[in-house]
Design a protein around this ligand. Structure first.
Ligand code: NAD
Ligand code: MG
Length: 403
């Protein structure tokens, strides 16, 4: 019986994780569920899963949540705050941590799980983008097992040989990795209309049902950019090892190309319960609730190259990954700020990439060697981006291009 902590239980990945876990009561028991604000859903989930702990991120909610839980006769322990998130990630009783908080808020609790040597199911790509080397070293030093949940990285993991050595493509006869992406909801929107696209259109992903932040990232393809950086850290890759290909049907989740001409692809319906079930049971296979892929019903299966003009964020992320940790940490922070401002109706869709670009230009190169360095860099980039956006809102213009 494996005890599981689900960080970000009330989100899209968190809910899918609970769905898979409840199909296998003989294999998994929920130890802790965590949420930001959705107390109603957290309560329903606690009633279903009977965890030992629930954690809310905001300490101000603690008394209210305790009250709600005791009125509903739930006797799990209720905790609050960042320390409590770290506590339920690293508790000696926990075997598996699903890291599914969105954004930089996931860094410390995910890192705590790695430090405690847990089996870490990594959905929170932002934590790896922010802390790359530090995260991988922490996981290695403490014998944590890192299993990718992002469908692309889970696919690559499944297509790599089981004895793959970190970073050694040549040793396994691999020529390159093909990271697939759908292109999001604006794949064929005329370029001059992109600036008018609002949050609801950006969040209407054609294939995947996800949280709002990652949905916007999919529309700008920053998501693929973050995944490019994530793939480099997870598998020890160079930029030249990764090719990004658009595959609008989202059936192939990524591929590994070998020197003999073979290409291994992992396929399946676009439903995150597949990578979640794969990682939860690894190396076994278990039912996930996902329907079998029906090839007779696949109308089309196509591949194209992403256009730089449509997806400037993808190129920005690749450049940042070549520039170093300060750049990927800054880009991630800038993007969290600009996406939040876009979702709040404060800036337009194309201004997300413009603000991200300008932030990267303003942060100068420096070394990040500790978590404190990472957090300071994240904070600096957030402040810089807020200023850039303030100017965009008052002048409607982006600096560099209007000089
Ligand atoms: P979501 O917005 O649906 O859920 C986010 C979860 O994080 C919620 O439980 C929320 O309560 C919690 N949360 C938000 N802010 C928090 C804070 N400040 N402190 C503590 N908890 C907080 O997001 P999602 O779509 O489930 O994505 C979660 C993570 O998984 C992201 O990093 C995303 O990139 C990654 N991911 C998601 C998908 C997907 O299909 N949804 C696929 C691949 C990777
Ligand atoms: Mg993905």
């Amino acid at each position: 019986m494996q005890k599981v902590t689900i960080l970000g239980a009330t989100g899209s990945i968190g809910q899918s994780t609970i769905d898979v876990i409840l199909r296998h009561p003989d294999m998994f028991k929920v130890f802790a569920l965590t949420a930001n604000r959705n107390i109603d859903l957290l309560l329903q989930q606690a009633q279903l899963c009977q965890p030992e702990y629930v954690v809310v991120s905001d300490p101000k909610l603690l008394l209210h949540v305790k009250d709600v839980f005791s009125k509903n006769a739930l006797n799990c322990e209720v905790l609050a705050g960042c320390d409590a998130l770290e506590q339920v990630s690293s508790d000696a009783e926990v075997d598996v941590v699903m890291a599914a908080i969105v954004g930089a808020a996931g860094l410390l609790p995910t890192l705590a799980a790695a430090k405690a040597g847990k089996k870490v199911l990594l959905a929170n790509k932002e934590s790896l983008v922010m802390s790359g080397d530090l995260f991988i070293q922490t996981a290695n030093k403490n014998n944590a097992q890192l299993l990718p949940i992002d469908s692309e990285h889970n696919a690559i993991f499944q297509c790599l040989p089981t004895d793959f050595t970190y970073g050694d493509l040549e040793g396994s006869g691999i020529s390159n990795i093909i990271l697939t992406g759908s292109g999001g909801p604006f794949l064929s929107t005329p370029l001059d209309e992109l600036q008018h696209m609002g949050p609801e259109q950006a969040c209407a992903h054609p294939n995947w049902n996800m949280g709002r932040k990652i949905s916007v990232d999919s529309a700008t393809m920053m998501n693929k950019g973050l995944e490019f950086i994530e793939a480099r850290w997870l598998f020890g890759l160079q930029s030249k090892d990764i090719q990004v290909v658009l595959h609008p049907q989202s059936i192939i989740h990524s591929m590994v190309q070998y020197v003999d001409g073979s290409v291994l692809a992992q396929m399946g319906n676009p439903d995150m319960r597949t990578p979640i079930a794969h990682a939860l049971a690894y190396p076994q296979r278990i039912q996930s609730g996902v329907a079998a892929l029906d090839f007779k019903k696949l109308a089309d299966f196509s591949f194209t190259e992403p256009s730089q003009a449509r997806y400037p964020n993808l190129e920005l992320a690749i450049q940042a990954s070549n520039a170093g940790q300060y750049a990927t940490t800054s880009l991630n922070a800038a993007n969290e700020v600009s996406v939040a401002k876009f979702l709040n109706g404060e800036i337009g869709f194309t201004q997300i990439a413009e603000a991200n670009d300008e932030c990267l230009q303003q942060i100068s190169s420096h070394k990040l060697t500790s978590v404190d360095d990472v957090i300071a860099c994240d904070q600096q980039a957030r402040a810089v981006t807020c200023n850039i956006i303030k100017r965009i809102k008052t002048t409607g213009m982006v600096g560099a291009k209007n000089v």
